[in-house]
Structures are given as C-alpha cells and as structure tokens.
Design a protein around this ligand. Structure first.
Ligand code: G6P
Length: 369
C-alpha cells in the first residue's frame, strides 16, 4: 500500500498532486490551437442534431454534481442553450420534462452510481440523447450512453474526489467549446483565449501545489472550529459548494457554501465573533459585489480567508488572510481554485486525525440506492 501511495501519506494527497499530470491527459489530442478546433472522437452528435437541442440537463451525484454546477455556467455562456443541473436522485423521481430535443449530460467518476445510472436510463427512455463524462473505461454509464468523454484522470482511490472533479471541469469546457464552435455562438477570439489558457492549466496547477505549506498552515490554524462558511458569486459560488463538501466529508467540520448575495437572507445570523469564512473572490466582474459581502461578515467580526486572483491588492484591506490563485481565463478559475480548497480540507482532516482516505459512513461508489 505504501508503494501505491507513491510516498504520500494518503491516496487523497497523491491524487491532489496528480492533477497537473491528469490535466495534461484530459487535454491530450483534443485541443488543436493551430486549427482552432476541439476534437472529441467519441462525441458523435452532429451539428444538425445539435441545432435541434433546446435544453440541456446535467445530472450527477456528489462531487460530480458540483462539477455540473460549474458546467451550467460555462455551457450557457458559450453555447446559449439553457442548462439545468440536477441531483440524480431528485431527477429520476420528478418526471423531468425532456424529449428528443433535450440533451442529457451524465457525470460520474465511477460510472456505476445507481441513481446516476437510473437517470441515464430514464433520459434514454424519453428519447433524449445522452453524453457521459466518466473516468472509468467500459463502466455502465460509458456503455449505455450515446456518447462518452473520458476524463483520463487515472484511478481515484480516496473516497473524497479530487482529480476526478477538476478533470470533469476540463471535459465540460471542451464540450462547451466544441458545441459553441459548431453552433457559431463563440467568437474566434474567445475560443482562442480559452483554448490557450486550457493548455496552460497543468503548469499553473503545478505552481499552486508549490504553495501547499501556506494552505497547510491556514488549515491547521482553523482545524479545530465547529463551523466554517464558504461564500462566493457566480463560478466562485459553484466551486464553494465543492470546497465545503470536501471539508465536511473528510474533516467532519460542519461547512456550508452560500451564494454571497444570499447571506443577508439568513446565513448572516450565524456569523459571530470569530466565525471562519472562506471568501472566494476570483471573478473580476463580480469582485466589488463579493467585496461588499466580505465587509458584511467582517462587520460581524468573522475571520475571513480570501481567495483572489494574483495581483489583486484591494482584497488585502478587508480580509485576515489572502491566498492568491494564478491568473487564467475567468471561466477556468474554478479548476485552479479547487486545488487549495482540496488541500485545506486535507490538512484540516489530518490535523483532526480522521481517516482521510476512508471517511466514516461513506463509500467511493454508491451502487445501491
Ligand atoms: C460517492 C463518493 C463521491 C462521489 C459520488 C458520485 O458519494 O463518495 O466522492 O462524488 O459518490 O460518484 P460518481 O462515481 O458517480 O462520480
């Protein structure tokens, strides 16, 4: 086992560190910068079929569902098709409205989650086309979907998903770029901008991993708290959901993610002197709005750890600690932001002495309902 962990104390830590390599594998052969195209061989849906799509559902469980929330923002922005994200166990029992003009994107690391598989079958019964994003070649989801996109993250052993999530985000971005190109909803400039930045993700992830010690110190410092809040807007909110789940599942600290603009509608009542808040503020067009939410929690004497884009000096004045994320296209920011959030959860869990790779009551793949 020690050898399988490649010198790391846990599989989770090894898998976090495998992300630069995993990103490369997810991208290899799929992005052609010279030809300005995305090649996804196993997604066979034609331009004609794509033009008939009126609505997209993204359906998944757990961390894969959180990837779907990011996917919604990206696909709607690039493809101009409305996207609904659903938890598989909800979707399958609520008679969702879908037909042959609906596209369903199923996301599952293992490809074997019972509720997700049932949702896939339900979609096919209704005549919808199904694309699967999965990490496991030949899994049930891969076999039953019409089209498959493999994440190529490599085996993920730790129950808490890390590299599977970030590569699912890359996969969703590739799909969005390809569809937008075919539908003519993206400019050449934007396509190239996102594509060039996608290629740079592995080196930026590497850079982030060199700052592990900084995150470890913060995680240890706040590892004994009972509650922790994550706030953000837009894509920062989407990635906050995943950050909070990571912390809950392995450290057992109660963590909640809130859309920063919703604070006033309830959660602010829980913010008292010393409450730790992780504020994600990487989205430039929303920065001023998020900053005013940070000031709201600071006014209640919260302790704020801010995550911002490299070069943002403004945030320093309003938070207790800042952690900087390398610059990339705003749409790709969650792929980088999640890495320190994974490390924060990991080091908080280690400091609390929990069984990081096998958290209590949880399984890697939930194959029964
Ligand atoms: C379990 C795992 C999670 C995972 C979820 C969905 O709850 O503990 O890490 O996100 O299942 O799994 P899937 O294999 O469908 O992505």
């Amino acid at each position: 086992i020690a050898a399988e962990k490649g010198g790391y104390a846990h599989f989770m830590l090894k898998e976090i560190h495998e992300q630069p390599r995993a990103f490369k594998d997810t991208l290899t052969g799929r992005l052609n910068l010279e030809k300005h195209e995305v090649k996804l061989d196993d997604i066979k849906i034609t331009r004609n079929e794509l033009e008939k799509i009126e609505k997209i559902f993204i359906v998944a469980c757990g961390t894969a569902y959180h990837a779907g929330v990011v996917g919604k923002y990206i696909i709607e922005k690039l493809c101009k098709i409305p996207v609904e994200v659903d938890i598989a166990s909800e979707f399958r029992y609520r008679e969702p409205m879908m037909d042959e003009n609906t596209l369903v994107i199923i996301i599952s690391q293992s490809g074997e989650t019972a509720d997700t598989l049932a949702a896939l079958r339900e979609a096919k019964n209704k005549g919808s086309r199904v694309i699967a994003i999965t990490n496991v070649v030949g899994s049930s989801v891969a076999r039953e979907a019409d089209d498959v996109l493999y994440t190529w993250a490599g085996p993920e052993i730790a129950v808490a998903s890390t590299k599977a999530y970030s590569t699912q985000l890359i996969a969703l971005t590739l799909i969005a770029l390809r569809f937008a190109k075919e539908l003519g909803t993206i400019s050449h400039e934007l396509f190239d901008e996102v594509a060039v930045e996608l290629k740079k993700l592995p080196e930026k992830a590497d850079l982030l991993l060199t700052k592990e010690e900084e995150i470890k110190k913060l995680a240890e410092r706040y590892s004994q708290v009972e509650h922790l809040f994550y706030i953000g807007r837009g894509l920062d909110y989407a990635v906050a959901l995943e950050g909070a789940l990571k912390l809950k599942e392995i450290s057992y600290i109660h963590a909640e993610a809130y859309a920063a603009g919703e604070l006033k509608h309830g959660t602010l009542a829980l913010i008292v002197n010393g409450t730790p808040v992780i504020a994600l503020a990487t989205q430039e067009h929303l920065f001023e709005k998020t900053l005013s939410n940070i000031k709201e929690v600071k006014a209640r004497e919260a302790v704020v750890i801010g995550f911002a884009k490299e070069g943002n000096e403004e945030i320093k004045k309003s938070v207790d600690h800042v952690f900087y994320i390398p610059k990339t296209h705003p749409m790709l920011m969650p792929i980088l932001t999640v890495i320190p959030l994974q490390l924060f959860a990991y080091h908080a869990a280690v400091a609390r002495g929990t069984d990081v790779d096998k958290p209590r009551n949880l399984a890697k793949s939930v194959t029964v309902e």
